[in-house]
Design a protein around this ligand. Structure first.
Ligand SMILES: NC(=O)c1ccc[n+]([C@@H]2O[C@H](COP(=O)([O-])OP(=O)(O)OC[C@H]3O[C@@H](n4cnc5c(N)ncnc54)[C@H](OP(=O)(O)O)[C@@H]3O)[C@@H](O)[C@H]2O)c1
Length: 215
């Protein structure tokens, strides 16, 4: 698959590297050419260019910039993103005295704001729950179980593309409904990251009912 990545930071490097290793054609785009060049050295095999170059390259385009910048960027690139799957991994989190809070405005999720900003793109929420380090594992497997990657999407093209993005790096796609439910993935990130910061393990809080069957 042809994948564009908007952003030249940690998530771009980690997921870009995973997708190159999986055999995809990856182009990483940044607003500063020297950063794009540096990431090309980190992610051998990826091409680099401008943000618009990366948007136009991808059948799927990962938006890997801060949530606060993402809607404006999606609006600026709306024409280039039309007809493409746009994967939103952003977490619109704001630290407060009461812990991490979501800053999503009236649409209820940053993913819905992106869909409004680029109305002809097929927006997906995915890859927002794990720390960047997890995406550098080849493959991300824990206790012999491949990592499940929840995603929310509406369009069949976006669903198929996301399943390929997830499955090709050795993870299990976990469809979680349409984009209206992206708010839950964003809230889950706020909760999980808050638990990690507090020194507790979110993983330990979600055993399956199958592990304690009722008599
Ligand atoms: N880090 C994690 O563990 C993690 C996990 C899950 C999801 N996420 C989400 O993934 C996204 C990227 O995170 P990251 O850790 O990769 O961040 P990062 O390392 O700080 O990189 C952010 C990238 O966004 C670019 N950028 C910032 N403002 C921009 C703008 N207005 N227009 C264009 N590009 C802009 C930066 O460019 P410059 O270098 O030019 O400033 C940089 O390339 C965030 O939304 C974050 O919430 C992160």
């Amino acid at each position: 698959m042809k994948i564009g990545i908007l952003g030249t930071g940690g998530m771009a490097a980690a997921l870009g590297g995973a997708w190159v290793a999986a055999g995809h054609s990856v182009m990483i785009g940044g607003r500063r050419p020297q950063r794009a060049q540096r990431i090309a050295e980190l992610v051998a095999g990826a091409g680099t260019g401008s943000l618009a170059d990366a948007a136009r390259h991808g059948d799927a385009v990962l938006l890997a910039v801060p949530a606060a910048a993402a809607p404006q960027l999606a609006a600026e690139l709306a024409g280039d993103l039309a007809g493409r799957t746009v994967v939103d991994c952003t977490n619109p989190l704001v630290p407060t005295d009461d812990g991490l809070m979501l800053d999503v405005g009236e649409t209820g999720s940053i993913a819905r704001r992106l869909a409004a900003a680029a109305p002809e793109a097929y927006v997906v929420k995915a890859f927002n729950l794990c720390h960047v380090s997890i995406w550098t594992l080849r493959p991300p497997t824990f206790e012999n179980v491949p990592l499940a990657v929840p995603f929310c999407a509406d369009h069949p093209t976006a669903i198929a593309a996301t399943q390929t993005l997830i499955g090709s790096i050795g993870c299990t796609p976990a469809p979680c409904g349409g984009l209206a439910r992206a708010a839950y993935l964003e809230a889950t990130a706020a909760l999980a990251i808050g638990m990690w910061w507090a020194g507790t393990q979110p993983r330990a809080a979600f055993p399956s009912p199958a592990e304690a069957p009722l008599p």
